[in-house]
Design a protein around this ligand. Structure first.
Ligand SMILES: [Zn+2]
Length: 60
């Protein structure tokens, strides 16, 4: 499992708790919500982008 240490400028594939997979930008400047259940996948607060989501893949 990928450990997310610092904000990245890369795109990432994440999976929500509802199992929706979504591509998001690693360095979110605003809250990104899951398109299916509406949970936040990424937030700009504290430099830690991912809350509910699991990072599956980092895309270069
Ligand atoms: Zn979801």
């Amino acid at each position: 499992m990928v450990k997310f240490k610092e904000p990245s400028t890369k795109f990432m594939k994440v999976r929500c708790a509802c199992k929706n997979e979504q591509i998001i930008f690693g360095k979110a400047s605003s809250v990104v919500n899951c398109l299916v259940c509406g949970k936040p996948l990424a937030t700009p607060t504290g430099g830690k982008a991912f809350t509910e989501a699991r990072v599956l893949e980092v895309l270069d």
